[in-house]
Design a protein around this ligand. Structure first.
Ligand code: GCU
Length: 143
């Protein structure tokens, strides 16, 4: 399946900023969400066909502590209080992946911090093509 990269700096950010002061990111930067519960980053994934998609969320979390967030697709939480483990420092990146169903057309993928620490820093989501047969995903930035 094709994989398409959706850079966080092209996403909608509520309570946060795009920055580029830590190494290793893709594109022009990453999203640093505010250290507050409820802050979120929301990506739009446009799928030509409905079906299952793997969303690989690239993030960094410098402190030793885990950060947690609700991952919602089209308003429904599909992964509650998902753990984003420490990456050891802010220049090291890792991925959390979920498999979820997408609708044909625009899908909203929102990751909302569920603790006062806020979200980890987000670099991008890699989304695989739903359906496995002829569907394509279009994104803010194609690979
Ligand atoms: C530091 C770091 C930021 C990060 C923030 C946080 O300020 O430089 O990139 O977002 O910690 O705790 O979330």
């Amino acid at each position: 399946a094709a994989t398409n990269r959706l850079e966080a700096e092209n996403a909608v950010v509520s309570q946060g900023v795009v920055e580029s002061n830590h190494a290793g990111y893709s594109g022009s930067g990453f999203v640093n969400g505010d250290n507050v519960s409820g802050s979120y980053t929301e990506w739009t994934v446009n799928a030509a066909a409905a079906g299952s998609s793997t969303l690989a969320i690239r993030y960094s979390n410098g402190p030793a502590s885990v950060r947690t967030a609700n991952i919602a697709v089209n308003g429904a939480v599909v992964s509650a209080n998902r753990a984003f483990n420490s990456t050891g420092n802010w220049d090291t990146w890792a991925a959390v992946s979920i498999i979820t169903n997408l609708n044909a057309g625009a899908n909203k993928v929102r990751i909302t911090a569920t603790s006062a620490d806020g979200n980890p820093n987000f670099d991008y989501i890699d989304a695989t093509t739903p359906g496995g047969g002829g569907g394509t995903v279009t994104a803010d930035q194609l690979l």
